[in-house]
Design a protein around this ligand. Structure first.
Ligand SMILES: C[S@@+](CC[C@H](N)C(=O)[O-])C[C@H]1O[C@@H](n2cnc3c(N)ncnc32)[C@H](O)[C@@H]1O
Length: 201
């Protein structure tokens, strides 16, 4: 990559993170820089984009019990934990990626302490003693059956008026997300690439 392209790339990232709270934006900038330098294409392609993250963080505000299905390299879990100073983020993924620890190191000690990594499939469901989930972010397997199964596994663990947020709802390569939402007959709202359903109060 020539110097001009690199400067343009950095400028694009800096512009994109202006929608994020400062602490989250600062983390995202450093994570992105690290991913580019280490050629971590998985993180660059799979982590929720700043605009999606901003929408998710708005929904998560004031919600202490957050669960993410599909940790990946933990960028979104870290962003949620940076915001939820009194809360906790539990995140599920059976595939532990070697790059994950380096990003968790960027989170800082207190945000890191608010993240519980469960290296298990989302279908394992909640554990005894877990609090009712106030925000569930579904970003694991994107095929219809998995989306339906993940929602049904977690449905009874939701707090009243909890938000359930499906990622990649409008992604052309992941039509399973939209099909799953249709099969579940959920009536909610689309916000960019997110589909948001709210549990009854
Ligand atoms: C799109 S990535 C997640 C990105 C992450 N949410 C973020 O924004 O940084 C999807 C992840 O889901 C994981 N995954 C696939 N099937 C899963 C399952 N059944 N339960 C939990 N995670 C799963 C994959 O290993 C992959 O890491």
């Amino acid at each position: 990559m020539d110097a001009l392209a690199s400067v343009r790339g950095t400028a694009r990232v800096v512009l994109s993170i202006r929608v994020l709270p400062v602490r989250v934006g600062w983390f995202w900038l450093r994570a992105h820089h690290r991913a580019r330098n280490s050629e971590d294409r998985f993180s660059l392609a799979s982590a929720a984009r700043p605009i999606e993250l901003a929408q998710l963080l708005t929904l998560a505000r004031g919600r202490a019990a957050v669960v993410e299905l599909g940790t990946g390299t933990a960028w979104t879990a870290i962003a949620l934990a940076l915001q939820a100073r009194d809360g906790k983020v539990i995140t599920y993924d059976p595939c532990v990626r070697s790059e994950r620890e380096a990003y968790l190191d960027l989170a800082g000690r207190s945000a890191r302490a608010r993240i519980e990594l469960r290296d298990e499939p989302d279908t394992r469901g909640p554990r005894a003693g877990d609090p009712p989930v106030e925000l569930l972010f579904i970003d694991s397997s994107h095929d219809r059956e998995s989306v339906v199964r993940a929602f049904r596994t977690w449905r009874n663990a939701l707090a009243p008026a909890a938000f359930v947020v499906f990622h990649d709802y409008d992604h052309p390569e992941y039509s399973g997300v939209r099909e799953g939402v249709l099969e579940l007959e959920l009536s909610g709202t689309q916000s960019g690439s997110l589909f948001v359903w709210r549990a009854p109060p």
